[in-house]
Design a protein around this ligand. Structure first.
Ligand code: SF4
Length: 337
């Protein structure tokens, strides 16, 4: 029996940080055991917010992100790993689905409103592509007839919308696409080192997966802790401390002891951060070794992406052929090749 198919896309943001790793990447690695996984670096999505990145930086960001994927354990023999724009069929499907997606559905998506706010823009001034972002996301998923999409809570409205678009297409043109299901992943909210609620590259409150051990330590030593704790002898409140929140992931066997020592004022924060840095470095040592090896063979990574694109394209072309046939459109472009 064939495995259910997962699609997951990640915007290429360059080198990933430990928040991305805990929040998404470890899950992507685990899913490979039970699903046929299709993993795309969604570079066209990166253009929807037009954040001023150069074409060179977009390509570089894709490359750095894929290096982290492979180093973390994404297996290109098991999973299809490719760059979204290498399979342009997705853009054709996006256009076709746009024809049947009411604008009102898109304007209601909460993340659209959030994005407009973050960009300090208005609904009228943002690009057309940003409004259509969920349609492109739907195209990414259904082009490969994926039935499962691992998402965090905030992405659920997008999957709901994808299901509505699929229902509309299927009822108009006949059963074609499976309705994708959201696979809610427990995404740990990894706090930023600076006390912000979320670790983020933009806020520079993160630790890169690929960072050197010394760099990791230096970064962690700058982390915010319990703001009311001024001296080592002051009893601390680990439950409000970012460093403690990270200990839970990287030094789980020491958290009880740290909790006790912190609340009793017998463990200093610098010392506590040092233990965390050692834990992070130990946990990421293999990943970093593998990444360094991969960096020495850029052709190997490009070959993986080419092979992944070819595999993805095969599925994409068959789907698009079916769609164009059902919609009464010409298939000449597909039949010629
Ligand atoms: Fe946070 Fe550790 Fe300092 Fe307690 S001792 S406040 S857990 S850094």
């Amino acid at each position: 029996m064939s495995k259910p198919r997962v699609f997951s896309g990640m915007r290429p943001s360059g080198k990933l940080h430990i928040g991305n790793w805990l929040g998404a990447l470890t899950n992507m690695v685990e899913l490979q055991a039970s699903y046929d996984c299709i993993y795309a670096a969604v570079d066209v999505h990166a253009l929807t917010t037009d954040d001023g990145g150069s074409p060179e930086s977009l390509r570089e960001n894709v490359n750095e992100m894929v290096l982290d994927w492979l180093a973390a354990g994404i297996d290109p023999k098991e999973s299809t790993v490719f760059v979204q724009s290498a399979v342009p069929e997705v853009m054709v499907l996006h256009t076709l689905l746009s024809m049947m997606t009411p604008l009102g559905w898109l304007l209601r998506v909460p993340t659209f409103k959030d994005k407009v706010r973050q960009m300090d823009a208005t609904e009228e001034s943002v690009g057309y592509g940003l409004v259509g972002y969920p349609v492109l996301m739907t195209s990414d998923i259904i082009l490969y007839k994926a039935d499962t999409v691992p998402v965090g809570e905030d992405q659920v409205p997008h999957i709901e919308l994808a299901r509505e678009i699929v229902r509309r297409f299927n009822s108009r043109y006949g059963d074609t696409f499976p309705e994708p299901q959201a696979k809610l992943t427990e995404v740990p909210l990894v706090v930023g080192l600076d006390g912000q609620a979320k670790m983020s590259k933009t806020l520079d409150n993160h630790v890169e997966l690929a960072a050197a051990p010394e760099e990791t330590k230096k970064k962690i030593l700058t982390a915010f802790t319990d703001p009311e704790r001024l001296r080592k002898s002051d009893p601390g409140r680990p439950w409000v401390c970012n460093v403690y929140a990270l200990h839970k992931y990287f030094t789980p066997d020491q958290t009880d002891e740290i909790y006790e020592q912190c609340t009793q004022g017998t463990r200093g924060c610098v010392d506590c951060k040092g233990i965390l840095a050692d834990g992070v470095n130990a946990r990421l040592a293999d990943l970093r070794d593998k990444r360094r090896d991969l960096e020495k063979h850029p052709d190997y990574v490009q070959d993986i992406l080419l092979d992944g694109a070819n595999r993805a394209k095969e599925i994409a072309r068959a789907t698009l052929e079916e769609v164009q046939e059902k919609m009464g459109l010409s298939r000449a472009n597909l039949e010629r090749k």
